[in-house]
Design a protein around this ligand. Structure first.
Ligand code: COA
Length: 331
């Protein structure tokens, strides 16, 4: 799906994020699996990640991010009429994480549901919320992206545990006079799904004794480097703009090598790229909203700036979103 956003202007009016307290360094991982800080730094650029406690679930990680986004937008939770949570690690299959959060936050009028599109979930959720607000179905949305992937990793598998971390981000979406979202490009290739999957987790029963993430890292690497470039280029063209127009580039935070490769191919110089994978690892659906909050803290989100975000992940899925920033947000 590709489209320029021609409806009522909709923008991000508040941002929030949260990561668990516990920092796990590469050195600590090296005590669990056969790996080294040098290998992880060289292949991924990840220095440390945050890992949730045993009793911390998705709603616990998402709640502080939601509260911060609502407060920064100056929005009363009761006025939110749409809450979408992009996650592959809900507290449970049902009730949805969104329904639980809406109850805790006090949103009696909100349609609330979870959305599953792997690490691309936040991009899918933004596009859905844009469509509902712009079409007049809802007035004010809270969109959350986050995961606690540590709960579904095989902690004896060195090829996956070094990559991922836990965290969540949230944004408030509202109508604005002008600017805001300019377009979206979203896609999925179920044929490549087996390269990053959680077999045995649903109604199809495999001969899987355990329910852990499995990944073919080399195939995902090839997919990621290709799709980050393709998706961004297609969206920029659809919006009648070029990569030179992009002020802030926020790619999915999976691996520094993937990000640098995509930025170089696209022709985006490093100063325009937001990177935080070194501190958080790959937080799945949390990655792009966490990076948005980092960009805001660095004073990079200024009205009039063009922000390009591209996610990719399990599915295999991908998605890009382009927004002309509208809100004055203090660093
Ligand atoms: C996983 C990834 C970092 C591996 O890097 P790579 O350069 O492709 O490394 P390879 O898979 O070729 O493995 C090289 C060697 O390192 C070993 N290795 C794998 N993980 C290791 C680890 N944590 N520590 C030390 N050695 C490791 C492999 O077993 C392999 O050994 P071999 O040559 O004896 O078989 C890289 O493929 C990647 O980032 N892929 C994308 C993953 C991703 O982003 N997933 C989420 C998408 S949302």
């Amino acid at each position: 799906m590709i489209g320029s956003a021609n409806g009522t202007p909709i923008s991000i009016t508040g941002l929030g994020s949260y990561v668990p307290e516990r920092v796990v360094t590469n050195a600590e991982l090296a005590t669990l699996v056969d790996t080294t800080d040098e290998w992880i730094m060289e292949r991924t650029g990840i220095r440390e990640r945050r890992i949730a406690d045993d009793d911390e679930a998705m709603t616990d990680v998402a709640l502080p991010a939601c509260r911060q986004a609502l407060e920064r937008a100056g929005v009363d939770p009761a006025t939110i009429d749409l809450l979408i949570v992009a996650t592959v690690t809900p507290d449970m299959t049902f009730p949805s994480t969104a329904a639980l959060l809406a109850d805790t936050l006090g949103m009696p009028d909100a349609a609330a549901y979870d959305l599953s599109a792997g690490c691309t979930g936040f991009m899918y959720a933004l596009a859905q919320a844009y469509g509902m607000l712009s079409g007049g179905l809802a007035k004010r949305a809270l969109v959350v992206g986050g995961d606690v992937l540590s709960k579904i990793l095989d902690w004896s598998d060195r090829s996956t545990v070094v990559l991922f971390g836990d965290g969540a981000g949230a944004v408030v979406l509202e109508r604005v006079d002008e600017g805001g979202f300019l377009g979206f490009e979203l896609g999925a290739d179920g044929g490549g799904g087996v390269h990053l999957w959680l077999p045995g987790s649903g109604s199809r029963h495999f001969d899987e004794p355990e329910n852990f993430v499995k990944m073919n890292g080399r195939e995902v690497f090839k997919f990621a480097t290709r799709i980050l470039v393709q998706s961004a280029e297609a969206l920029m063209e659809r919006c009648g703009l070029t990569i030179d127009d992009v002020d802030v580039y926020i790619p999915h935070q999976a691996n520094v090598r993937i990000i640098e490769h995509a930025a170089a191919k696209l022709g985006i110089d490093p100063e325009r790229v937001v990177i935080n994978v070194d501190r958080y690892g790959n937080t799945s659906s949390g990655s792009i909203p966490l990076a948005l909050v980092d960009a805001q803290r660095d004073g990079r989100l200024v009205p009039g700036k063009l922000v390009l975000m591209t996610g990719m992940g399990a599915g295999l899925t991908w998605g890009s979103s382009l927004i002309e920033w509208t809100e004055e947000m203090a660093a």
